[in-house]
Design a protein around this ligand. Structure first.
Ligand SMILES: [Zn+2]
Ligand SMILES: [Zn+2]
Length: 357
């Protein structure tokens, strides 16, 4: 009897082991096929001519399982511009298939949550494409210090990469970051930062005091337009540059939910955290105030990003939005990592899909 039982156990183990082996083989085949498909169809060349917004980080500075630090890639034709590189930006861009060619990074301001991921983004760019020049970084005053700091922090790593893969694969000339700071002309609230291949990028001043300068960006390409607010309290300058745009990407903080964290902090005796939860509210914008700008500016769609606080339950989206959907009745989305909002040239359509699902 005992021998039969042991025999059955052995058979069960073999069957289970066989099943695992088969599952492993199937998974291996699926991966092989997915890799071939992904490599044969790089994302950017496969997009129709137009403006596309790819969300490579929809969150703010809070630890957030679902949303990385601020990162919004704008693809105009075949060129890509990455606005802010928060924590996990490089990983998420990689998962979205956004590396492989050259691109430019633009910073809205120099708060840590907007630059945390810059080193890795520069490294992934260097390793991902056949490039001979460093990453171009545009931003307001102070951006030179940020570029120099990251370049120095990665200086040793850069020598290791070149030593290991050789200077043809990893040319030292393409390592690091080259800063291009901009200033606003006297008395002006905006400045054209770049104009190339039909793409015009305008930086405008926003209200994120005491952080000064802090800017938002407007992208114009072949009749389509996107405005990215950057971090700001409700600002007439954002409203001025967002008038009639196809897509407004606006930051959003819910005081209702942040006050919940504040009260929990007070109850648990953490007065410092409670004070920070109080302080952050005056230099951000509520979802309903962003909706009012979208309504008054008659924008085509509103995408709320820099989502504060994290929304660990989908059902929290209602309390987060408050009455924003009543205020603005056009398409309104809470940004998620992987989102792709497409504005093709030649018509007025705005579609949302995902590069992660
Ligand atoms: Zn921020
Ligand atoms: Zn900020």
């Amino acid at each position: 009897m005992k021998r039969v039982f042991i025999g059955l156990l052995v058979v069960a183990a073999l069957v289970l082991g066989g099943a695992y082996a088969v599952r492993g083989k199937i998974a291996f085949k699926i991966m092989e096929r997915r890799l071939a498909t992904a490599m044969a169809n790089p994302v950017i060349p496969s997009l129709p001519d137009g403006l596309h917004v790819a969300v490579c980080g929809a969150g703010g500075p809070f630890p957030d399982h679902d949303r990385g630090g601020p990162c919004t890639a704008v693809i105009a034709g075949k060129r890509m511009y990455v606005v802010d590189t928060g924590e996990a930006a490089g990983r998420t861009m990689g998962r979205m298939g956004l590396f492989g060619g050259d691109f430019v990074v633009l910073l809205t301001h120099l708060h840590s949550d907007h630059i945390d991921g810059l080193g890795n983004v520069a490294l992934q760019r260097w390793g991902g494409g056949a490039l001979t020049t460093p990453l171009r970084l545009h931003g307001p005053a102070g951006v030179e210090r940020v570029a120099a700091g990251f370049t120095e922090a990665y200086a040793l790593d850069s020598t290791y990469r070149t030593a290991h893969h050789g200077p043809t694969i990893m040319p030292p000339s393409a390592a690091g970051i080259k800063a291009h700071g901009f200033v606003f002309p006297e008395g002006q609230d905006s400045v054209v930062v770049l104009e190339e291949d039909g793409v015009k990028i305008t930086a405008f001043k926003v209200n994120h005091g005491p952080i000064d300068p802090a800017v938002g960006y407007r992208f114009d390409y072949k009749g389509r337009s996107v405005v990215i607010s950057g971090d700001t309290a409700p600002s007439p300058v954002v409203a001025k540059y967002a008038k009639g745009v196809d897509l407004l990407v606006h930051e959003a903080l819910s005081p209702t939910l942040v006050n919940l964290i504040r009260e929990a902090s007070l109850k648990s005796g953490n007065a410092k955290r409670a004070q920070i939860m109080q302080d952050i509210q005056n230099y951000h914008t509520t979802p309903w105030a962003a909706a009012a700008i979208a309504r008054d500016d008659k924008v085509g769609a509103l995408l709320l990003n820099h989502v504060i606080p994290p929304l660990p339950l989908k059902a929290l989206e209602g309390p987060f939005l408050g009455d924003a959907r009543t205020v603005y009745t056009g398409p309104l989305w809470i940004a998620r990592d992987g989102d792709l909002i497409s504005l093709p040239v030649g018509d007025r359509t705005i579609t949302r899909s995902s590069l992660l699902h």
